[in-house]
Ligand binder design. Structure first.
Ligand code: HXC
Length: 259
């Protein structure tokens, strides 16, 4: 898997794959090609049997400082309509395997939205999150107003979206936007630890559970509960369920096969 703006390591560690955003001079600004590459890589990794969890990271300076402003500057509304970049974002959101964002430095605008599109976020203590689009005369477009509000609540989300202020990793963690703050230099290591723990589980159960938690964002409680129940039943169609419960009774570690 060779790309221009991302580096992909499908067999990074055990069943954990790594995607590194790689436009360091532009603070990993998300141009259209980078996003297409990311979509393509995630689709491929989703199909690999020996990958159970995927980490997306950047570098020390930036996870990503937003969509590429230089690429967007001259576009008008109809250009954007034709480019239809959000189809790419929708596909990324549909990744079946768990996605962990390991964030150092800036996660701004589309960069913050990309981190929030992942299922969990770990950040180094110097990381900064924000939606500064308002300072460019625009607003978030890849889920920022929705996901930030669900994570932080109305008041804080409104403050960030309307002022473009950043929040640091500790505040982001206290407010529930991210899972964990770690020393900067340990960010990727800690993400790998979390990914490996997840990767030991049944791939079938992981997929169904992820889908069900995401449903909570997209539906009312009744619909979400109904969806959860169906997926819960579906787990019992897998060999992994039999193996998981048998292993518990036999007091041994389960061997999950994703079947
Ligand atoms: C294009 C970017 C960029 C971006 C940084 N760069 N962010 N290029 N798009 N989003 C480039 C700079 O132009 C510069 O290149 C180089 O990266 C280093 O950036 P500096 O500004 O010199 O670094 P610094 O002074 O450390 O400031 C860091 C920063 C600042 C605070 C992160 O770069 C910044 O404010 N960036 C923009 C953040 C932003 O507004 N994001 C939202 C974008 S809109 P050159 O060659 O000039 O030296 C968005 C909408 C999403 O994301 C919609 C859905 C897809």
């Amino acid at each position: 898997m060779t790309y221009e703006f991302i580096i992909v390591e499908p067999a990074f560690q055990d069943k954990v794959a790594l995607i590194r955003l790689n436009r360091p001079k532009e603070l990993n600004a998300l141009n259209l090609q980078l996003m297409l590459e990311l979509k393509d890589a995630l689709k491929s990794l989703d199909q690999l049997e020996n990958v159970s969890c995927i980490i997306i990271t950047g570098n020390e300076q930036a996870f990503a400082a937003g969509a590429d402003i230089k690429q967007m500057e001259s576009k008008n509304a109809i250009d954007l309509l034709h480019i239809d970049q959000f189809e790419t974002w929708d596909q990324i959101r549909k990744t079946k395997k768990p996605l962990i964002a390991a964030v150092n430095g800036f996660a701004l605008g589309g960069g913050c939205e990309l981190a929030m599109t992942c299922d969990m976020i770990l950040a180094g203590e110097s990381a900064k999150f924000g939606q500064p689009e308002i300072k460019l005369g625009i607003m978030p477009g890849a889920g920022g107003t929705q996901r930030l509000t669900k994570a932080l609540g109305k008041a804080k989300a409104m403050e960030l979206v309307l002022t473009g202020r950043f929040i640091g990793a500790h505040e982001a963690c206290e407010r529930g936007l991210i899972n964990q703050v770690v020393p900067d230099e340990l960010c990727l290591d800690e993400a790998v630890k979390l990914a490996k723990e997840i990767a030991q589980m049944s791939p079938v159960a992981l997929q169904l559970a992820k889908e069900s938690v995401l449903k909570a964002f997209e539906s009312g409680l009744q619909e979400g509960l109904y969806f959860e129940r169906k997926n819960f039943y579906l787990c019992f169609a897998s060999d992994d369920q039999k193996e998981g419960m048998k292993a518990f009774v036999e007091k041994r570690k389960p061997e999950f096969k994703g079947k």
